[in-house]
Ligand binder design. Structure first.
Ligand code: FEO
Ligand code: CA
Ligand code: CA
Length: 712
């Protein structure tokens, strides 16, 4: 890709429009909103005033001219069938559905297959989510790689279908082997895949790279929390290891060739009936019974090494090394996996909360390495980690490299600064550091405000959300996926929906008791609309965008790229039509192309009736560089840009569409279908199921009939 072109774009950012005019634009937006017309149109949000990439941009005649990347498919109508639908000219193949054997220790799939812990440990896990490819051969990187795949949670009905459902689902002790099987259905699957001579994709049975990580696999801890009293348990009196990764939702990857898997709704798996601390309440550790009652198998005669007892964090011993009170504090992290060796570690410095995913920012030699990550809960926050070490391009490793990838990960992810985002109404924003010495919005030292020792960085991380409250972070409409334009560094993030967003002028309320935010462990329950979250009772969701003046900067400018809505909605702020109406954006992928432009792919996980009545969850595409004003300035999606935002695919009934990447030569788009209702019945994803099948989450590989690049 052409770096010069994008530097031209950056320079134009500062040169094209004086700050006063940017400010004026944001002031006019604010006054419109205050005047009661704020829902009239999103076009007043205006974009950054960036120079576009068009050839009529005459601000810099020396700049190379770009050929615009154009979406060449016809947008499709909504679909509500037990089939995957995709634009004309494309095929869609089901690959590695749940229960596909990874090796000969598991039997071939059949409708009445009864699962055991052993079978599930040697098969593809359940509920596919984030994923990424890791090439095995640079010369054939596009068509042969290790596919790393998250298995977020489970459908107990499908898992236990042959026996009529799970045993003691809601009360009574769960059988030990059912719990072990469910534990093994969670986590991460690594599987070698390749494109066969017939153009279809296949997985490689018995590959040395096929692995499972489950909610029982041992993981090292690293970063500030590792080895501290916060994470000492009976299993790990040194606080250096834990068992399991859980509710692995979205993902990331690193330039050094490792997979990042992100722990999201893990608190629901742990029970703590007494001795609760503020982070237990803030993050939602359960009382009574965990999500699947795994802790109820404790004491079974076959239990080994407290494999079930560890899900009950109620203190029972004299201190933390005699029980599992701290077990939940070993979860809520970004997990790094070397897909080539199988080595893995939890990187605690990127914060502890319900992580959706983790995305690297723009890489610049000699500048810090940056990761963005969001907390997917209502009125929670967006974070950024900035490494102390600066980027050395020698750390961008090729497929065959024997370098210690996790050692490189330690260099960039264990030492640095975690920030949280504060958005200003005028379109600016700042990253607020979460360090013990930071000054809270009411003038206190952060460590003191959190009740911690002066330099207790581990304590700040354990209490990431409360630290963010105290610093004045902006509560968001459930941050889901992020995506980074690797050339400009612009970041896009989905804010999926928020029924706890209230009208302007209403007072915020807090989770526990309505007390002030200075009281720890509360967090916002309801919060009024703010700049990037402009709609009360937000069912449509939105995609926001920000850019920073440099890598590692502590300021940014933001806008709202597009707002989800039904075409018929009164608050259809982006002017969507039948052919692109959507709600609850979730998955997101910036598909960078050789010319420096890219396609932004948007996936949905929608529960908004006005849209679900029309279509199942879907995949949309837009080239952000083509969403521009007549003068070439990049802007946000408005009524005039509807031809730029196109529905590309629709999932089968009951599913969400998630997990997404294109292969190296852009000839295949991989997406995941999670929790389908009655699908798939064959390897052709577009075949409508006749009758009833045992539903299986699956990867779907979309290819062009003519073998060309996806989308264009
Ligand atoms: Fe697992 Fe926020 O989606
Ligand atoms: Ca998600
Ligand atoms: Ca979601």
């Amino acid at each position: 890709m052409s770096k010069e072109i994008e530097e031209h774009r950056n320079l134009n950012h500062s040169g094209n429009e004086p700050f006063s005019s940017v400010l004026e634009k944001h002031i006019s937006r604010r006054s419109i909103m205050r005047g009661g017309l704020g829902m009239a149109a999103l076009t007043v949000f205006g974009g950054f005033g960036l120079a576009g990439c068009s050839d009529n941009d005459d601000d810099d005649d020396d700049a190379p001219v770009k050929n615009a990347l154009t979406l060449a498919f016809e947008a499709i109508a909504g679909s509500k069938t037990d089939a995957f639908a995709v634009a004309a000219g494309y095929t869609a193949q089901v690959l590695i559905p749940w229960g596909t054997p990874l090796n000969n220790a598991a039997p071939a799939w059949r409708e009445d297959l009864g699962f055991t812990p052993e079978i599930q440990l040697n098969s593809v896990g359940m509920h596919h989510d984030g994923m990424a490819p890791f090439p095995l051969d640079e010369a054939n990187a596009a068509n042969h790689f290790i596919l790393a795949l998250n298995n977020e949670y489970i459908d107990q009905g499908a898992l236990w279908a042959p026996q009529g459902g799970p045993t003691n689902k809601n009360e009574g002790a769960r059988p030990a082997d059912e719990v072990r099987t469910e534990i093994n259905a969670h986590g991460v699957t690594l599987v070698e895949v390749r494109k066969a001579a017939n153009g279809q994709w296949e997985h490689v049975l018995n590959s040395q790279y096929n692995r499972r990580y489950t909610s029982a696999t041992e993981f090292a801890l690293s970063g500030p929390v590792a080895g501290t009293d916060y994470v000492k348990t009976k299993f790990s009196p040194t606080g250096l290891v834990t068992r399991g990764t859980n509710n692995n939702c979205a993902n990331g990857y690193t330039p050094w060739g490792t997979y990042l898997t992100c722990e999201e709704n893990w608190p629901g798996y742990f029970v703590k009936d007494s001795g609760r601390e503020i982070d237990d309440d803030r993050l939602g550790i359960e009382t009574g019974r965990g999500r699947y009652g795994w802790e109820t198998a404790a004491g079974d005669a076959s239990e080994q090494n407290d494999e079930f007892a560890r899900f009950n964090a109620t203190p029972t011993g004299a201190n933390a090394t005699e029980d599992y009170r701290n077990e939940p504090r070993t979860f809520g992290y970004i997990v790094e996996i070397d897909p080539y060796t199988g080595d893995r570690v939890k990187r605690t410095h990127l914060g502890r909360f319900r992580h959706e995913g983790c995305w690297p920012g723009k890489l610049v030699a000699g500048e810090p390495v940056v990761f963005y990550t969001g907390h997917d809960s209502r009125n929670e926050y967006i974070y950024k980690f900035v490494s102390d070490a600066v980027w050395d391009p020698a750390d961008q490793l090729a497929a065959g490299s024997a370098a210690d990838r996790l050692a490189i990960g330690a260099k960039y992810m264990d030492k640095g600064t975690l920030y949280v985002a504060q958005f200003n109404a005028d379109g600016s924003g700042q990253w607020l550091p979460l360090t013990p010495e930071s000054t809270t919005q009411d003038g206190r030292r952060l460590s003191t405000a959190l009740g911690l020792a002066n330099n207790d960085l581990a304590g700040v991380i354990i209490h990431t959300c409360d630290a963010a409250d105290l610093m004045g972070a902006t509560p968001m409409d459930r941050p889901e996926w992020g995506a980074v334009d690797p050339v400009s560094g612009e970041v896009y993030m989905t804010l999926t929906n928020n029924y706890k967003r209230t009208e302007a002028g209403t007072a915020p309320t807090f989770t526990n008791d309505g007390s002030a935010v200075e009281d720890l462990g509360v967090g916002y329950n309801y919060a009024p609309v703010n700049g990037p979250n402009p709609r009360a009772d937000n069912e449509g969701g939105q995609v926001i965008r920000w850019r920073e003046p440099s890598v590692g900067a502590t300021t940014f400018e933001w806008d709202i790229f597009v707002c989800g809505a039904a075409a018929s909605d009164a608050n259809n702020l982006s002017g969507l039509t039948e052919l692109n109406q959507f709600a609850s954006p979730d998955g997101l992928f910036f598909d960078a192309r050789e010319d420096g432009q890219g396609i932004l792919w948007i996936e949905t996980d929608n529960g908004y009736d006005a849209v679900t009545d029309y279509t199942n969850d879907q995949v949309l595409a837009v080239v952000p560089a083509n969403v521009k004003k007549a003068d070439g300035d990049i802007t946000v999606v408005g009524a005039a840009d509807q031809a730029q935002l196109k529905r590309f695919a629709v999932g089968p009934n009951g599913c969400e569409v998630t997990g997404i990447f294109t292969n190296a030569d852009k000839t295949a788009l991989f997406v995941n279908i999670q929790h389908p209702g009655n699908w798939p019945s064959t390897t052709d994803a577009t075949v409508v199921t006749s009758g009833t099948v045992r539903p299986r989450a699956s990867t779907v590989v979309i290819q062009k009939v003519d073998g060309g690049k996806i989308g264009v």
